[in-house]
Design a protein around this ligand. Structure first.
Ligand SMILES: [Zn+2]
Length: 234
């Protein structure tokens, strides 16, 4: 992946700001692919997340420091890992050419598409009380009996482990062990949000000191920007 510029990242931040997590994921994916968020809505979510992990590695590195909370005793639990190790453990996706999986149920076989951001958005927007079933209905062939949501979810995760990423967590307080879902979209968004706020402050400081435009400040390397900020502060 070629490096995404600071200006492109700020554009993605603006496109996703105040939006739901799905649209934020699309804004990030659009930045990684240098295209409009809507143009990548039909990418399967496992492939989307692989791209976002790669974008994150390029922007912020591979160390992940997340925080969870024990469901038993409410202790805050730090969850730290290297995302490259996690991806290696999860293994590669085995995508079919048609981005679908075969589900066997009741003596018949059904091809079900891998879910995309557009599918998730459609289910989210309708507010269906049974979202898992609604998602499977969208991805299964029309006019045929719809296979059980659990069976399809298993087949999706088998075809691409990134569809359902879970971390093994153990509470240091009470010893409870559980599996915590890890959402790369939410994690990367939080990092981008912090970076965006920091960057605008830097633009503001340098505009006040030197009269530079946003574009001029963003064109500086992060190192040179820090040098000027250091001079402004002296
Ligand atoms: Zn606990």
């Amino acid at each position: 992946m070629s490096a995404v510029s600071a200006g492109e990242l700020l554009d993605a931040w603006e496109a996703g700001w105040g939006r739901d997590p799905l649209r934020r994921g699309l804004a990030l994916l659009g930045a990684a692919r240098r295209t409009a968020p809507d143009a990548v809505a039909d990418m399967p979510v496992g492939r989307r997340d692989r791209t976002l992990f790669a974008l994150r590695a390029a922007l912020f590195g591979t160390a992940v420091d997340a925080v969870s909370r024990c469901p038993e005793c409410d202790t805050e639990v730090e969850v730290s890992f290297d995302q490259q190790e996690l991806l290696a453990q999860l293994g590669q996706a085995r995508p079919a050419a048609d981005d679908a999986v075969t589900v066997r149920e009741g003596g018949r076989e059904v091809r079900v598409r891998m879910p995309t951001s557009a599918d998730l958005a459609a289910v989210l927007d309708t507010g269906d009380p049974a979202p898992e079933e609604a998602l499977v209905r969208r991805c299964a062939p029309a006019g045929e009996p719809v296979p059980a949501a659990d069976t399809v979810a298993e087949a999706w995760a088998a075809a691409d482990p990134l569809v359902d990423v879970r971390l093994g967590v153990r509470c240091p307080g009470c010893g409870l062990a559980w599996e915590e879902p890890f959402d790369i979209v939410g994690y990367l968004w939080a990092e981008l949000d912090a970076w965006g706020r920091r960057t605008l402050l830097e633009v503001h400081e340098l505009a006040r000191a030197y009269g530079w435009t946003e574009a001029q400040t963003l064109a500086l390397s992060p190192w040179r920007r820090q040098c000027y900020l250091g001079l402004v502060g002296t």
